[in-house]
Write a protein that binds this ligand. Sequence first.
Ligand code: SF4
Length: 164
Amino acid sequence: LSKYPGAVEFVPLHPTLPQLQEALQHCRGCDLYRHATQAVAGEGRNSARVVLVGEQPGDREDLAGRPFVGPAGGLLDRALQEAGIDRDDVYVTNAVKHFKFEERGRFIESALARFVMATVHPSAILRAPDAVRRRTDYEAFVRDLAKVARAVRHQPSPRRLASR
Ligand code: SF4
């Protein structure tokens, strides 16, 4: 059974939108808050006629404390405009309010092997929304791999072990 209670007990009774946004910052309903910078509340008027719900804040949203920022937000703005939807008529939010911090680039203890590290899949780099992001993601990927290279540099290869 999870030791986290879920969000319900952190939601005020009959809250206003600002009260709900404030309550998010104190939610301990699951463990995601532990590594996130802050909760990312929705933005927009409570009279908005369109509500867009993303899955979860990304790293940029986590730092900014706002949903749909950066290149993804720019792309959304452009798409809304082209579709004929007034940006002021849209409330944007995410279903999950805290960024899921991945333990990437660090060695973790594992029975599988001496060195185990989580990093990104190369296809995620190729899916980056723009060239700048693709380059920074690629550089972070190379940094992860360089740590692996340093760690295994003086390790005997499996073939050498087998031939002993
Ligand atoms: S993601 Fe954040 S707001 Fe949602 S239940 Fe977990 S701690 Fe609460």
